[in-house]
Write a protein that binds this ligand. Structure first.
Ligand code: ADP
Length: 498
């Protein structure tokens, strides 16, 4: 028998499948990644081929193991993290999907969600699930499949079909069809799972017409889900950690205390706050969700998202040609001391929490004859920080918890200037970890804890490598002044778009 050395994270994202081999103290040893096809069969519809997801995921896992010079025998356990809410339905016996996977972005159930809202069910659903009725979540996607795929409902009622989010699908495939299970964090994104009772909700299943037999068993995020089939990696490996991508990133960022927060600056922004052992219901349109469950203890989170974050930098590059590549935004914006009084509102597709205004569109204010490309680029970067500051503000007031600092990751977190602005606008310390693969790291840690490769969360914190910290440099008065100007800009943009 080989000595165990590593943890294997499977990071199944929206556009690619990735695998990373980690040491038990969270250092990446080898990575492999493969993109897969996106299908857009109708306006607003997005689909994936679940078999392609499986095949690319297995392929990159084998490649990462080979690149690490390792084999299955050296792996303590597998951690899975995944694009959330994407819905797969397959034949329980053959493992063949009965239709394409419906991706989280797919809006095909918008009308049904409008109906749920018009029936006054928003609060009913929110109190049970922490979510709002929206096509984003899996429940209405599953309902659509049962209603529209010929024979699906009858087969589901006869117990012949399995539903799962992508984690659940991969667990089923990895274990050779022996395990039909998901973890609490993924279950909490289905709009069928009651986050107070921590069980599938009978009333919601009835409302949406979902037979319980199609649902997976819900398990803690860290624990033994099953052993991989020997056909997959040669030797068996325990599948021992599972969490949805944002929750896994929160875990990978060591946000283990109530009030700890991480923000991912990607195409969009994803802010999650650990709210401890109870769900907090937001008054400002944030979602309440399960972060993870370990050793019988459930941890909850508040979640808010910024629709346009790094996407605004893409627009500077592709739409305006003001920067040649995303990283150049830092160089250009650093050539001026400030934005010269320019405020930019990146409301390309409306604004989310705390504004929830789908009609507002982008705007720039305070432009003078002296405004240069550098001022505008800097104002766009600053808008990413302002939006994050707004979300942190409502998280603090919704939870009544003081947020001491912010852990960051995602593509744009490489931008030091952005993080300095963020520290200034929040009046809080910003922490950038050495390894920004926090999503995969979180999944690996969950598997590490379950298999004994890591003995406690305290050990993870002790081994944590912080690459950079940014502290606020401006006075509270100046901070307030700039936030006030930003809020005036958002208001003015909203008035224009009325
Ligand atoms: P996603 O996973 O959402 O596709 P990533 O985490 O890979 O996104 O981040 C990519 C985004 O970050 C892009 O929108 C890009 O414009 C932005 N970005 C990347 N590097 C920088 C940078 N140095 N400064 C500002 N924005 C950046």
């Amino acid at each position: 028998m080989k000595e165990k050395k590593y943890l294997l994270a499977l990071d199944q994202g929206t556009t690619s499948s990735r695998a990373i081999v980690f040491t038990t103290d969270g250092r990446p040893v080898a990575t492999s990644q493969k993109e897969f096809r996106q299908y857009f069969p109708h306006e607003g519809w997005v689909e994936h081929d679940a078999l392609e997801i499986r095949d690319t995921q297995f392929e990159v896992a084998r490649e990462a193991l080979a690149a690490a010079g390792s084999d299955a025998g050296e792996i303590y356990g597998i951690g899975i993290t995944n694009q959330r809410e994407t819905t797969v339905v397959w034949d329980r016996k053959t493992g063949v999907p009965i239709c394409p996977a419906i991706v989280w972005q797919c809006r095909r159930t918008a009308e049904y969600c409008d109906y749920l809202r018009s029936e006054g069910l928003t609060e009913f659903i929110r109190r049970k699930t922490g979510l709002i009725p929206d096509p984003y979540f899996s429940g209405t996607k599953l309902r659509w499949i049962l209603e529209n795929v010929p024979g699906a409902r009858a087969r589901a009622e006869a117990g012949e079909l399995c539903f799962g989010t992508v984690d659940c699908w991969l667990i089923y495939c990895l274990t050779g069809g022996r395990t039909h299970a998901t973890d609490v964090s993924n279950a909490s994104r289905t709009m069928l799972y009651n986050i107070n009772t921590m069980d599938w909700d009978g009333e919601l299943l009835e409302l949406l017409g979902i037979p319980e037999s199609i649902l997976p068993k819900v398990m803690p995020s860290s624990g033994l889900f099953g052993m991989t089939d020997p056909a997959v990696f040669g030797e068996t490996i325990p599948v021992a950690g599972v969490a949805g991508d944002q929750q896994a990133a929160l875990f990978g960022q060591c946000c283990y205390e109530r009030g700890s927060v991480k923000n991912t600056y990607g195409t969009g922004g994803f802010l999650l706050m650990n709210t401890g052992d109870r769900p907090v219901l937001s008054k400002n349109g944030l979602l309440s969700t399960v972060a993870w469950q370990i050793g019988g203890k459930t941890t909850y989170a508040l979640e808010g998202s910024v629709f346009i974050c790094g996407a605004a930098i893409q627009w500077l590059r592709d739409g305006l040609g003001l920067v040649g590549y995303a990283g150049e935004s830092e160089k250009i914006a650093s050539s001026v001391e400030n934005t010269g009084g320019v405020y930019f509102v990146p409301a390309f597709v409306g604004l989310g929490a705390p504004y929830w205004n789908p009609h507002v569109r982008g705007a720039a204010f305070g432009i003078t004859r002296g405004t240069t490309r550098a001022h505008l680029v800097r104002a766009v970067l600053e808008s990413m920080a302002f939006q994050t500051a707004d979300l942190i503000g409502v998280m603090q007031s919704d939870s009544g918890t003081f947020i001491p600092s912010l852990a960051v990751d995602g593509g744009a977190s490489a931008n030091d200037l952005l993080l300095r602005m963020q520290a200034d606008l929040l009046g809080k310390k910003i922490i950038r970890p050495g390894c920004v693969e926090t999503t995969a790291m979180g999944a690996a840690f969950l598997a590490g804890l379950a298999t004994g490769a890591i003995s406690s969360a305290a050990d993870i914190v002790r081994e944590r490598h912080i690459a950079a910290e940014f502290s606020p440099q401006i006075s509270p008065a100046e901070r307030q002044d700039r936030l006030d100007s930003w809020h005036r800009a958002v208001k003015a943009a909203a008035v224009f778009s009325e």
